[in-house]
Ligand binder design. Sequence first.
Ligand code: ZN
Length: 436
Amino acid sequence: MKSDEPHDATRREALQRLLVLAPVLACGFGTAADVTASLASDDISLPARKLHFSSLVIDTHADTTQRFLGGQFAADGGFRSGLKFDFAARDARGSIDIPRMREGGLGAIFFSIWIPSKIKGPPAVARALEQIAAVHEQVRRYPADLAFATTAGEIRAAHAQHKIAALIGIEGGHMINSDLGVLRHFAALGARYMTLTHTGNVEWADSSGAAPVHHGLTPFGREVIHEMNRLGMMVDISHVSDKTFYDVLAIGEAPLLASHSSCRAICDASRNMSDDMIKALAAKGGVIQINYHVAFLSQEFRDAEKKDPLINKAIEAEVLKLCGDNEACELIEGDRLTRESVERGKLPRVDWSKIVEHIDHAVQLVGAEHVGLGSDFDGANMPYGMEDATQLPKITEALLRKGYSEDDVKKILGENTLRVMAEVERTGRALTAAPQ
Ligand SMILES: [Zn+2]
């Protein structure tokens, strides 16, 4: 089977493939326009504003960690590896920093620990550890704004102290190097979910982004799931193949998380979840966190990308020229150049209201108890009107306008994630207490 992976990948994923093939070019200095359109906040009603800012808003997937590793855009728009991204300063690019999270009422964020699937073995472990340390470093640097959290209770405690809870999710089982000891190490360092695969298969599970090799989970894969359940780590099924998902669901002892996945019925990406999968996930208490990436939200966008692959190839070549192999630069410039293609009429414009369409589709299927937010901020191409975290109150406003109860909106904004976390923690305690 030939995989249609390029269409199931965010810009970051496509670039990783390109980097394997192309020589790394020297960093160029383009004139980057500021694509961070600011939203006039006055179109949020008072009830929506009150509800949003009294809720615990949780995002289970952002790729901002890459920005912590080094390099930043200079005033002239060029990316300089010697400059540092300051998480406490309002940035003109990307989607997440402390001021913009505050402005958008984002109360907890899972920072993704991610390296390309092709990196395996001890280097994968080392790079994951470096990224975990980078997240801890941010919390140490800004103790008045951030609090590291590993449990639902710690997220609530951080919120009560008006701090943003910082959490860690590992995006890809390749980073444990097929070693449960490494998995335990990550958990001890505070990782609270692991996405079983990224776009490539791992030694013990198939991804939606590659041709099947294992046909789901291997026996060792089942051991990984059991150990995650025992450790109280959420099992994240975003990115995995359908067969892997059903295998995990059959043996998992705790509810599952889809940390950043949208609905396949609206946008046919193999990386999105089918209605059957969403129903099966919900039946076991899990939650689907809607991803904002335009090519996972909009069929029209996917079709346009598929029809003219040269558009993306040109964007990727330009990103490579501007960024070399700096992943933070690639993510931000990829988003900006995609916007430019939209402005030139080469790709369709996708509006933020698509996010609400996906939320509503999942809610109609399985109820408001099983849906949440997993933006993919700083790692994907954001729709118009959801350029950054400041725009999040619009989701609350839109759900209220659709007639959602305040209680249901709160669940979608974060309470569902907290419920799943608490259930996973309880399962972990029960399994730890039980004789092995
Ligand atoms: Zn992802």
